[in-house]
Design a protein around this ligand. Structure first.
Ligand code: HEC
Length: 236
């Protein structure tokens, strides 16, 4: 039995399944782009930097220091900024908060307080400020465990089905073997490197390579299968 000679109901079933999976994959890519990539590229960050930010975090600075060096820096004098950054780098402890509180009240609370009515995070008490002085360690273990198991279960089912259809194609067995193994290798590469990137940013490009490989092999399985079912002619 080959894809070309399947009964019509089986051809239709296989085709609508493959098309739906293909569209789902495009939506997954769009989701990834909107949630993880676009917010960063807007600030001039590249794709690799965005992946590092997601899994490894931004460990050399805190959110508060980053905004003081950036957009919020205009609201403080140089010496006020120096004092605030010194406090952050010394651990942003509660005992010394009294020293920097007057600066925050003077320079920031005009906008960053409940009474400003601007809906911005309030920066008046220690607890409120401390939320912005933790170091960003990237995605938590808990959420990595969660997305890993969902993806491993989900992706292996998807590739089991697309591959089961694909192996009835008439292309050489060696290429078929290659194209059913590659997607699973790509899943391991992609998800494995989330974990490695959490510990070392140098693995970020493997996350991207694994994802690209997965998309490419899925596109080939779907493309070849659909072509053979509907367009291929009998070999002479
Ligand atoms: C004129 C009003 C204004 C003043 C004064 C101001 N900010 Fe902001 N701040 C904003 C606005 C608007 C945003 C949100 C827009 C953005 O993210 O660029 C913001 C965002 C922030 C954020 C990011 C909040 C988040 O959700 O991550 C931090 C932290 C912050 N400001 C700290 C400060 C500090 C510290 C000062 C004082 C040195 C300050 N701001 C002074 C208007 C102000």
């Amino acid at each position: 039995m080959t894809l070309r000679t399947l009964t019509l109901p089986l051809k239709v079933l296989a085709s609508v399944f493959l098309l739906t999976i293909g569209v789902a994959y495009l939506f997954a890519l769009a989701y990834l782009y909107l949630i993880d990539v676009e917010p960063h590229t807007k600030h001039g960050m590249g794709l690799v930097a965005a992946v590092i930010m997601k899994y490894y975090g931004q460990r050399d600075t805190t959110r508060l220091e980053a905004v003081l060096q950036g957009p919020m820096g205009q609201y403080v004098t140089d010496s006020q900024r120096t004092q605030l950054i010194q406090w952050i780098r010394q651990g942003a402890g509660e005992p010394d908060f009294a020293k920097v509180q007057p600066i925050l009240t003077e320079a920031c609370a005009g906008c960053h307080s409940a009474s400003s009515g601007m809906g911005l995070p309030s920066l008046t008490s220690y607890a409120e400020v401390a939320r912005h002085t933790v170091v960003d360690l990237g995605q938590s273990m808990k959420s990595l465990v969660r997305v890993s198991h969902i993806h491993l279960f989900g992706m292996s089912f998807i590739f089991m089905f697309t591959s089961l259809i694909f192996v009835f194609s008439e292309i050489p067995t060696s290429i078929q073997t290659f194209l059913v193994a590659i997607p699973f290798l790509a899943i391991w590469l992609d998800i494995g490197s989330w974990w490695f990137t959490k510990h070392d940013p140098m693995f970020a490009s493997i996350v991207i390579a694994g994802g690209a490989l997965m998309g490419l092999s899925m596109a080939m399985q779907i493309g070849i299968s659909l072509y053979e079912m509907w367009f291929a002619r009998e070999k002479a």
